[in-house]
Ligand binder design. Structure first.
Ligand code: HEC
Length: 130
């Protein structure tokens, strides 16, 4: 391939790439709000109150971003999560919420969030709950 064929090709790729971007920007559904998603998908098990006790089902998630996994007063953590030595940051939370049992084999949390945009919104919301 010589320069004369490479240049127009790359111009076409750039142009169609831009067109695809414009289409997806127009068609993308609005991302669900993190607080709403938390209420719908997490709150039945997880408390999120400042200084609050953990519920009977799951640990309190207030301040979870930056915290060591399995470190609240919640009584029935799995040994797997307690011994995981994870410190929760956005990337770790994203992996855990996408596939809890793959990220921490033996965890007792079975709820997964398959939509990356919804995970991102929930994690951003959790990061504000310090
Ligand atoms: C059916 C109950 C249930 C639901 C719903 C649930 N979880 Fe959990 N979650 C748990 C349990 C139980 C644990 C403790 C797991 C363990 O000890 O292995 C846990 C642990 C966690 C942890 C680790 C906490 C820590 O102290 O290390 C995070 C983070 C978490 N869940 C996030 C979420 C999010 C975000 C949602 C909503 C998308 C959610 N969970 C929905 C039951 C639930």
């Amino acid at each position: 391939m010589n320069l004369r064929t490479v240049l127009p090709l790359s111009a076409i790729i750039a142009a169609t790439g831009l067109a695809a971007l414009a289409v997806s920007a127009g068609a993308a559904p609005p991302a669900p709000a993190g607080d709403q998603s938390f209420k719908q998908r997490c709150q039945m098990c997880h408390a999120l109150t400042p200084g609050g006790a953990s519920g009977p089902l799951a640990p309190n998630l207030r301040g979870v971003v930056g915290r060591k996994a399995g470190s609240t007063a919640f009584k029935t953590y799995s040994p797997a999560l307690k011994g995981s030595s994870i410190v929760w940051n956005a990337a770790k939370l994203d992996a855990y919420l996408a596939a809890p049992g793959k990220t921490v084999p033996g965890t007792r949390m079975v709820i997964a969030v398959s939509d990356p945009a919804q995970r991102k919104a929930i994690i951003a919301y959790l990061a504000t709950q310090r």
